[in-house]
Design a protein around this ligand. Sequence first.
Ligand code: NAD
Length: 354
Amino acid sequence: MTILVTGGAGFIGSNFVLDWLACHDEPLVNLDALTYAGNLENLASLEGDPRHVFVHGDIADRDLVRSLLERHRVRAVVHFAAESHVDRSIHGPEAFARTNVLGTLRLLEAARAHWEGLPETERSAFRFVNVSTDEVYGSLGPDDPPFTETTPYAPNSPYAASKAGADHFVRAFHHTYGLPTITTNCSNNYGPYQFPEKLIPLCLTRALAGEPLPIYGDGQQVRDWLYVGDHTAALRRVLEAGRAGQTYNIGGWNERTNLEVVHTLCRWLDALAPRADGRSYAEQIIFVTDRPGHDRRYAIDARKIERELGWRPAETFDTGIEKTVRWYLTHRDWVEHVTSGAYREWLSRHYGAA
Ligand code: NAD
């Protein structure tokens, strides 16, 4: 049997694919539309590995998804594919409704049709894992307790609204049709292969290029930070033992202000790749106009997954950031390709897709 991963050429998806194939012999079908955020170079180490079947296609293509589910006898779907960047959602929300809401609905319809045709023994073991975000819960005050799985949804950005819409469809497909779904809501991920539009890789790449490090507003927005390898380990555990119909919050117990995050990055860069003039990268920090409607604080209470599934993050913020900085320092060619668009040429050379 096989699992179907959607969005497996993106940041978290590609980390999951690499992690899955390092831990399992079970093959995996990777369906990805290769938007600007999808990068097959992340999966270059899998070239020639028959356990990885890459399919260039859209989650909203019901017939394609249905045929993949049936042809590969899929026993579980892990759904990462999305438009994922809050700033882009502010400038163009429609793409977010299309992919995150309609795309997820079509994927659910195809999964349901496939699942209903399975023999009884395989039906109860089937899983549809929907990877979502803590942003669906809205913003916390400084003294509020962290989000739990029962915190009401209150999405504030178009991105969060579209993910909330997807989560509601997932819940409804379990409640109405009995499809064995699980939703995970995680905090901000960081680590290898993250596209440099998000805070940590953006600041890393700009710091090394000698450019200013832009911080929104006063930099006091608080996020919880989760190392991507801890997230993929949690998702493997959810696939193994997660209960159908449940939601699990996944967090790193690492609440930090954006300014603290960038200072930590600068400290590691100062230690590992000192500036030629001997000064700190922190001197490159500048403050820019805040994002409209910027949520002040997110925090995750991850005790349910820890208690029920025995998962805990292995990295502290400091060890995770050190690994991330070391990865970006030793993968400058990856950064250069992503930022120059050269990876698209690489893609058509290796896979004939553009
Ligand atoms: P990403 O933007 O790096 O990757 C998204 C992937 O989905 C890309 O490979 C893209 O090509 C693909 N994709 C987009 N539209 C598609 C479509 N219509 N059909 C098929 N593939 C399509 O995103 P990410 O950061 O890896 O996030 C993965 C998931 O995790 C998303 O659902 C996101 O909402 C969620 N999430 C991310 C974070 C984070 O910190 N990055 C935090 C919480 C939740």
